[in-house]
Design a protein around this ligand. Structure first.
Ligand SMILES: [Zn+2]
Length: 152
């Protein structure tokens, strides 16, 4: 299993957003659904200072939405805002998990025009967590032993 946060997996044959076999769940909200940045977003909306990115400076500053989100990039796979259709969006949350070739991912973008967040999440129908997979494997092994008459 591999989990990557904040970046797309490069150089792999399968892509997170191609040959989707289930529906992408979507959700539009005025506040981020992802926990990341949710406290800062409240401050930005209230006009309170937020922490300056360490690569730019230090301390706190009152920022506009554009200034605050300047380092985020648009997700070219899902560039449109689910609320107003604008392409003026920035992705602030992306996480994908691969387990034996099955995928699970979530993405959330902020629209700079209407300030709504667009959430998208997807999971392959066969996706199981490594823990679930282990349990299944043990279950099958025990069943197999019973069939062979092996004492447990
Ligand atoms: Zn919008």
């Amino acid at each position: 299993m591999t989990t990557k946060e904040g970046g797309k997996k490069a150089g792999t044959v399968a892509k997170y957003n191609t040959n989707l076999r289930a529906e992408v769940k979507t959700y539009v909200s005025a506040d981020p659904r992802a926990f990341v940045h949710s406290r800062e977003w409240k401050k930005i909306m209230a006009g309170d200072p937020v922490e300056i990115n360490p690569s730019v400076g230090h301390g706190m500053k009152v920022m506009t939405v554009t200034e605050w989100s300047a380092r985020w990039k648009r997700n070219e796979d899902f560039p449109d805002c689910l609320a107003c259709g604008s392409l003026n969006t920035k992705e602030h949350h992306f996480i994908q998990t691969w387990c034996r070739g099955n995928r699970k991912w979530e993405s959330e973008t902020l629209c700079l025009d209407c300030h709504n967040f667009s959430w998208r999440s997807y999971v392959d129908p066969e996706f199981t967590t490594p823990a679930e997979h282990e349990k299944e494997r043990w279950g099958k092994m025990l069943e197999g032993n019973k069939a062979l008459g092996v004492e447990n």
